[in-house]
Design a protein. Structure first.
Length: 250
């Protein structure tokens, strides 16, 4: 893992976006097209704000996203595909294709089949992601399934995850947070050529420590990234506050 400490969220987002854009341009130069995964949530705001400004031929990019709540329409304030339409797809303008996760599809099994058929066998060039307060990766809450090869799965959201979503202001009450989501699986995320993590705030410090310095275990799902050969982690001082080994700064 290449771990970098940044003085604030803005510089963190700038560095993560520029690194990701360089990887996308390299993929396009190498094969004429790039496949990427984009994430959502408070940790991705500054990164996405900068990413859409980068010099990338977005017409040659196919973007998948990591997860979506079951039963939530795109118009819901907490919808992840709605979040990405607003902060990524529309600002980019001419994206090659956006493969969205339709959490309120009439038939979830058909939706999973559609998603899995679209991503299976593809070379994913870069995955932008964050880490949850419970150390989840995408919506793979502990204990996460490290074994399934199915690209997208239905997962149960644990109490800590649901509390985080409520605490960040996406829902009016804890009871309103859905109990299930469609999530990209751990093994599918791990197939990405490069993973770029953006993590900020004190509330993520314990999860960052578990992910970077703890044992690799499905009770701290993001710890699996220790076994990936190309991971960049961008932190602010608050998120890095519990690390024993202090990362180099920018």
């Amino acid at each position: 893992m290449d771990v970098t400490l940044h003085p604030d969220k803005q510089k963190l987002g700038l560095a993560a976006a520029r690194e990701g854009a360089a990887a996308i341009r390299a993929a396009i130069a190498r094969k004429g097209h790039a496949n990427i995964i984009v994430a959502t949530g408070a940790s991705q705001l500054e990164m996405l704000e900068q990413l859409v400004r980068e010099d990338v031929d977005w017409t040659k990019v196919t973007a998948f996203h990591l997860d979506e709540y079951v039963g939530i329409p795109a118009t819901h304030p907490a919808s992840f595909r709605g979040y990405l339409q607003e902060r990524f797809v529309r600002p980019v303008g001419k994206l090659g294709e956006f493969i969205e996760v339709i959490g309120d599809a009439p038939d979830l099994n058909e939706e999973l089949e559609r998603l899995n058929s679209r991503i299976s066998g593809l070379d994913i060039d870069v995955c932008f992601a964050g880490v949850g307060e419970n150390c989840h990766l995408a919506f793979n809450d502990p204990p996460a399934d490290f074994e399934t090869d199915v690209p997208f799965i239905i997962v149960e959201l644990d109490a800590a995850c649901r509390q985080q979503q409520y605490g960040e202001g996406w829902f009016p009450s804890l009871e309103a947070v859905p109990a299930q989501a469609i999530s990209m699986s751990i093994r599918q995320i791990m197939k990405s050529r490069q993973v770029i993590l953006s993590v900020s705030d004190t509330r993520k410090a314990a999860a960052v420590k578990a992910a970077l310095e703890g044992p690799v275990t499905n009770t701290a799902p993001a710890s699996i990234l220790q076994t990936h050969e190309n991971v960049s982690v961008h932190l602010d001082p608050a998120a890095a506050g519990l690390l024993d080994s202090k990362p180099e700064g920018q």
